[in-house]
Design a protein around this ligand. Structure first.
Ligand SMILES: Nc1ncnc2c1ncn2[C@@H]1O[C@H](COP(=O)(O)OP(=O)(O)OP(=O)(O)O)[C@@H](O)[C@H]1O
Length: 456
């Protein structure tokens, strides 16, 4: 395996000054007190395990070849050396000892982020500031927030969580909008109340009012029982309006009234019911554009857009990719009882992929890596049976193909359709199974349709 060097490379537009950086903060005995997800990837050990280790144990176990932390402890001087890990990472690291007033070692900070240290004249002071910064920006347990952008978002969420102001979270599909809404809920004074999601894209127009406002007994027929709506369910908690752009215009009007009066009326009801809930909305659309097109109420937009939070796409948050990959590897290793380790090359490959806004896709990708690693027989059988199905299609297809190219296009198209079926039409999942980009699926299906249309 060739070594891959990580010396302050920049990745992505928003991460121009960010690069994956290893981190150890140890006590005077080399016990690790603080570390991060990139270190976990370079060593192939879960972060929790690193945090239970001593640097010398890691070297003895062969995770990396030399401890500059111990050298810094012994010499009480700053040390910079290249460290090679068993996963093939080659990392230029710097250890800085922080001394007590009596000259004893207090802590040692070891990191590969060279630039943080180069201009340092008063190393001790700078390192102390650094540790305080790390303490402040530790990711919440369920959320990966390693990029500056995500750290800022978490900071804003911490500040606004205790207040009841309305929030509009924007960002491409799968960037973690619901994750952020849930984080605000957990940090808010309403965390003992319910967190209710109303997915506006999932409710048919005809049922919207019933779902949102509930209905009284006897609305459907004389004996039908009434049902409480989602807004009422969120009483004393948070109502998360997911995909808000999909809410029909008449429902927008009714929602606006609830927001303004804190009251609602069930379908078929004659009384107004008081509700006390906080509204957080999310959308992957440009709501303002919809306002200008007359598809979204301007007054509702202003009401809900009190605190806007924009989550950048994953492709602009490369450091989050590092953290997410590390978390997902732990998660799926546990789920499938595997011990998958990422090599430096695989890691670089993942970083180099142009991820759309989607954390979900990255998660699926890592799951696939772990499942396919040492591919079990069962999966091979599945593949073979897919090919039998294809063979059956070829033998039974009555269409006269004009050229080998057309035949190939149709065969590919049919196979894509079959995989799409097995994924319940989920294009991302099918693309992943086929190991092609989503756009290739669209293109190939379109080509097949064109040929079939010409033949008819
Ligand atoms: N920062 C993060 N840390 C950990 N997991 C994350 C993070 N962001 C997203 N995820 C995971 O990615 C998946 C998608 O996240 P989520 O549903 O919040 O995205 P979304 O933007 O609301 O998606 P959609 O636009 O499709 O509604 C979930 O499994 C979630 O747990």
């Amino acid at each position: 395996m060739t070594n891959t060097e990580f010396l302050g490379k920049s990745h992505g537009q928003n991460d121009q000054n960010e690069s994956p950086s290893t981190l150890f903060v140890t006590d005077r005995y080399g016990n690790i007190l603080i570390s991060n997800e990139f270190t976990a990837i370079t060593l192939g050990i879960p972060l929790e395990e690193i945090l239970r280790s001593n640097v010398m144990d890691l070297v003895s176990a062969g995770y990396y070849d030399y401890s500059i932390t111990m050298e810094a402890i012994k010499t009480k001087k700053r040390v910079t050396k290249k460290i090679n890990t068993n996963r093939g990472f080659s990392i230029l690291s710097t250890s800085i000892p922080i001394l007590e007033p009596d000259g004893e070692i207090q802590l040692v900070v070891t990191t590969s982020n060279k630039s943080s240290f180069e201009e340092s004249k008063r190393e001790t002071q700078e390192s102390e500031v650094l540790i305080k910064e790390f303490d402040k920006t530790v990711s919440p347990p369920d959320i990966v927030a390693e990029s500056i952008a995500m750290k800022q978002i978490i900071k804003v969420c911490d500040q606004i969580a205790p207040f009841d102001s309305k929030i509009l979270i924007t960002g491409e599909s799968g960037t973690g909008k619901e994750v952020i809404a849930n984080y605000i809920y957990q940090k808010s004074n309403r965390s003992n109340g319910p967190f209710v999601t109303l997915n506006c894209a999932a409710i048919p127009n005809s049922l919207f009012e019933y779902e949102m406002f509930g209905y009284e007994d006897g609305v459907y027929d004389r004996n039908s029982k009434g049902k409480i709506g989602l807004i009422e369910t969120a009483h004393q908690g948070i109502l998360f309006l997911d995909e808000l752009s999909e809410m029909p215009l008449d429902m927008q009007t009714k929602l606006l009234r609830v927001i303004e009066t804190n009251e609602l009326r069930r379908v078929g009801g004659i009384e107004n019911i008081k509700v006390d809930c906080r509204f957080i909305a999310a959308t992957n659309c440009d709501l303002w554009k919809l306002v200008k097109q007359g598809k979204f109420r301007q007054d509702l937009f202003y009401r809900i857009n009190v605190i806007p939070i924009h989550i950048p796409p994953l492709r602009d948050r490369k450091l989050d990719i590092v953290g997410l990959v590390s978390r997902f590897i732990d998660e799926f290793n546990q789920k499938y009882n595997k011990q998958f380790l990422l090599s430096a090359e695989e890691f670089q490959h993942i970083l180099s992929l142009s991820w759309p806004g989607n954390v979900r896709e990255l998660r699926n990708y890592v799951e696939r890596l772990i499942v396919i690693n040492n591919l079990p027989i069962k999966n091979m059988n599945e593949i073979v049976s897919d090919w039998f199905a294809l063979d059956h299609f070829i033998n039974n297809n009555q269409t006269q193909f004009h050229s080998l190219k057309d035949f190939t296009t149709i065969t590919e198209g049919r196979y894509i359709e079959k995989v799409l079926d097995s994924c319940q039409g989920n294009i991302s999942e099918a693309a992943q199974k086929l190991d092609i980009h989503r756009s290739v699926i669209y293109r190939k299906l379109k080509k097949m349709e064109e040929i079939l249309k010409d033949e008819h």
